[in-house]
Ligand binder design. Structure first.
Ligand SMILES: *[C@@H]1O[C@H](CO)[C@@H](O)[C@H](O)[C@H]1NC(C)=O
Length: 468
């Protein structure tokens, strides 16, 4: 279905050489074959600091074919209650100019790429939060105020400090992994209220990226009281992830949430996975195994909407059997896909490469008529590529988890693995173990790793060398 593509760009689209393929590539939320990639944190670069050639590419590079349907810009990672300061963003290696006196990046190039991606029928969301950052609300009133800020800076409103110019993103994603749950339900309610009043009728989205233990520690109240279009559940870095399929894998709990709790009865649940072994602390599974898990889950769970991957830099660099992890997963999703709308998206078996547009500037990015303050180029505000805070890339241990489900018990590979009751972790050198999760009365541990986002300071606190 073609929607929302004509927000001032119709002429450019009609004349563009690649306009003819729009229908087949357009995102259809009702399908169970959608692929979502987070973009903007270059986690491959964090794991491979010297391999700058393969660092995350500009956003447009991930929009040239039918592999990814939704790009989630990460992150708007600073928003504090109690101050009137603008929020802060970090897009790793992609943008380094801030509006004067703020942590808000001014990124017209990303804005052009957003336009290009939208012209290809993709949705582009902005993710708020992340595993590293400083954010939260003191109360609902703060949250309501902040909804206006987001609307004005990134969506249908207006402001002198719009990071992507007049380009309107397609919505937001909440990846709240710290702080408290205060205000998020009010935030979404206020934001959706503005969505409904959008003068151009554009359909804006709300997504959330909870971790798989249900209910989510920070977004539980939001997810039981507010409308969301889709959830990107992080099935990695956790006992309930794909690495523990089928034993502790808990998609069923999220299907139950969709059936019995969610406000939006058509909400879609995405299988969130790591795009390579170094994209997560643990829980990566390869494309073949993931295909089995998708094939098993999708027919069972009607809310299944597709796969979310952290992140683009990893999933496109991770080549397995000649194609990237991202392409393999999309190809698996295409087989037997269904869409409630009845129209199937393109069934190209290969991810078609569209002709590279002569220049992304073919897509007009309307410059705002308001005066954009001259961006400052102070290097002190320059976000850095995430630093690597752990040694080695954890891999899925070969130790079968079935043999070790008692917290603290030794495993077959003594001194290399220690059981935390649910999973194992292994670093390269030195070896790490995961501290046992704290149990709090529920059948599942309540504490878990922050996982989407840059390598997090928690890692040093929560991992300790095995021999000490
Ligand atoms: C998954 O299912 C599709 C058909 O829907 C099939 O072609 C494919 O081989 C299956 N993959 C695995 C790993 O079972």
């Amino acid at each position: 279905m073609l929607r929302n593509l004509c927000t001032g760009l119709c002429l450019g689209l009609a004349l563009s050489p690649w306009g003819g393929s729009l229908v087949s590539a357009a995102f259809d939320a009702s399908c169970n074959s959608n692929l979502v990639n987070y973009w903007g944190q270059n986690s491959y670069g964090a794991a491979n600091p010297s391999d700058s050639q393969n660092w995350e590419k500009p956003l447009a590079d991930y929009c040239r074919d039918d592999t990814t349907d939704v790009l989630v810009l990460s992150f708007l990672h600073i928003f504090n209650s109690g101050t009137d300061r603008l929020p802060g963003t970090n897009f790793a290696n992609h943008c380094d100019v801030t509006f004067p006196g703020t942590d808000l990046l001014y990124c017209p190039d990303i804005g052009k790429d957003v336009s290009y991606c939208q012209s290809r029928g993709k949705k582009v969301l902005l993710s708020l939060g992340g595993a590293a950052g400083s954010y939260g609300f003191a109360n609902d009133a703060d949250a309501v105020k902040f909804a206006s800020t987001i609307w004005n800076l990134f969506l249908g409103g207006s402001s002198d400090t719009r990071p992507f110019g007049s380009v309107q993103l397609d919505g937001i994603d909440l990846d709240i992994e710290g702080g408290s749950s205060t205000g998020y339900a009010a935030f979404v309610k206020a934001l959706r209220n503005m969505y409904s009043k959008a003068s151009d009728g554009k359909h804006y989205l709300v997504a959330a990226a909870p971790q798989c233990p249900y209910p989510d520690a920070y977004m539980g109240p939001l997810l039981s009281s507010s409308w969301v279009d889709m959830v990107f559940v992080q099935f990695y870095n956790n006992f309930c992830g794909v690495n523990n399929f089928p034993r502790f894998f808990n998609f069923e709990e999220w299907q139950n949430w969709a059936d019995k709790v969610a406000v939006n009865k058509n909400v879609k649940v995405y299988l969130g996975v790591a795009g390579s072994p170094s994209a997560a602390s643990f829980g990566y599974v390869g494309p073949d195994r993931l295909a089995e898990i998708i094939n098993d889950s999708r027919p069972k769970y009607p809310a299944f909407g597709g796969v979310m991957i952290w992140d683009a830099s990893q999933s496109y660099n991770n080549k397995v059997g000649g194609s990237s992890f991202a392409q393999s997963i999309k190809s698996t999703l295409r087989k037997g896909q269904k869409c409630a709308s009845g129209t199937l998206p393109s069934d190209d078996t290969s991810s078609t490469e569209y002709p590279v547009e002569t220049k992304t500037s073919n897509v007009p990015i309307a410059t705002t008529t308001r005066s954009v303050p001259a961006p400052s180029t102070t290097t002190s505000d320059k976000p850095s590529v995430p630093s690597k805070t752990k040694s080695g890339s954890p891999s899925t241990p070969t130790d079968p988890s079935d043999t070790c489900v008692v917290e603290g018990s030794p495993c077959t590979n003594a001194n290399q693995y220690t059981c935390n009751g649910y999973d194992f972790a292994q670093g390269a050198t030195p070896l790490y173990l995961i501290d046992a999760w704290v149990k709090s009365g529920s059948s599942h541990p309540r504490e878990r790793f922050p996982s989407i986002g840059k390598p997090h300071p928690y890692w040093s606190r929560r991992h300790r060398p095995l021999q000490q």
